[in-house]
Design a protein around this ligand. Sequence first.
Ligand code: GLU
Length: 509
Amino acid sequence: MLAPEMTPCYTPSMITRDRYAPSPTGLQHIGGVRTALFNYLFAKASGGTFILRLEDTDRSRFDTAYVQNLYNTFAWLGLHWDEGPDIGGPYAPYIQSERLALYQQYALDLIDKDTAYYCFCSPERLETVRSDREAAHSSETGYDRYCRAVKREDAARRAADGEPCVIRLKIPLDHTTRFHDHLLGDIEWQNTDINPDPVLLKSDGFPTYHLANVVDDHLMGITHVLRAQEWLSSTPLHVILYQSFGWNPPTFCHVPMVMGQDGKKLSKRHGATSVDEFRRQGYLPEALINYVALLGASYTEGKDLYTLEELEACFSIEKLNKAPAIFDYKKLEWYNGQYIRMKSDEDLAALALPHAIDAGLFGQNKNNAAPDKTQRRIFTEAIPLIKERVSFLHEIPEKLRYLFAEPSLPQTSEFVPKKMDIAKTIELLELSRELLEPLASLNDADAEVFIKAYAESHSVKLGDLMMPLRVALTGARVSPPLFGTVRILGAQVSLVRVERALAALHAAT
Ligand code: GLU
């Protein structure tokens, strides 16, 4: 039998609705994407609806560029919501700054219910309270509930007269707030530990996060709130708000945070955190989704690779871990390599092309030139040479640069196989001239048979024959496969490079 907190939190007949509710105050980062992904997967797995809601009430940190970044990020990831600001839905608008009148109405509703009150304290008074407490070394923090004592009729009149005011929630004194978290179990919070009487509606008519979040979750019919554990401390306050309105709270599920290897909250210090950075670094969306979906969750033992469709089918809250998830950049890199290898040559070439253009791979005279037809063909043909050898898209252009421009020749010693000298190396390279025509037209298997026989008939070791040729063609001892290289360069260009290397070796003797 499952432990009580592990019983499934929805029944098949229940219509689930969940949401990703970001505040557009920064670039979309890996933690946010994970929250969105879990909500998306939960909705898909339970046949429910996934909603995007923009919580843009913090106007001082709001920027439309962050909203654009949000849309771009999720379009790139291929994650789509069923209702949201861009596509609408039955509970529109899905942008909180377009719902101000609603929050004002609900804040007044709480005043009527006597579970909230007007507060007329000036910022100066609040500052005095704070500094007096500090001077007295008082342990009390937060608002001193001064206006809670103002008579309701007086407060209503002063507010109606236009006196600047906010609306605060009456946190019930001497009570405990209890709620059930689907992942963490039963949670109990002393009300005295909740920030005394938090502001719900600010003097400019904007709601605070708490009011807008609870009102919207209720009005939008949200059945499940899956969010990061950093919001856990807000939940008792939200539960009190639900109780104050007389509403049923949704099912809460606070997902453990994403940490760096050092156990501290994942941040820029650890590496890339925004999806934009990962994207620029040549990560594929499939790799990010697969890795992030497994960050703090266990699905099938021993299985690492999941398509989004597979995740949609197998996700459940029961599979989430309670312990914080550790972000492992190396593991993500492994995933990326896997997904790179799964791509067709054409698709991978198309994905790597912008990186190649950026890297100036095709620029004869100008950088950032687009490839001409031949270059484009060569680029695709060359993909199999490096597919198994890269973890990132941006590594591809550097590995293939020698195909598009003559590589600079290394020191002559680089051409010389072990236990040989330059004179012998020149002989080997001269021998390889004859290899080029046949190699350019043979497939790998036939090329191997051919070159082995050729080496044997000339009584040289295969490795010794290949080494100077490789350096002559690619400029390095370690390079993509030789046979493929000759095929792509062609016999003629290969010969030019061999002659160039021979000239350099002769000059060194
Ligand atoms: N606007 C909050 C955020 O930025 C939403 C938290 C929640 O999901 O309730 O993450």
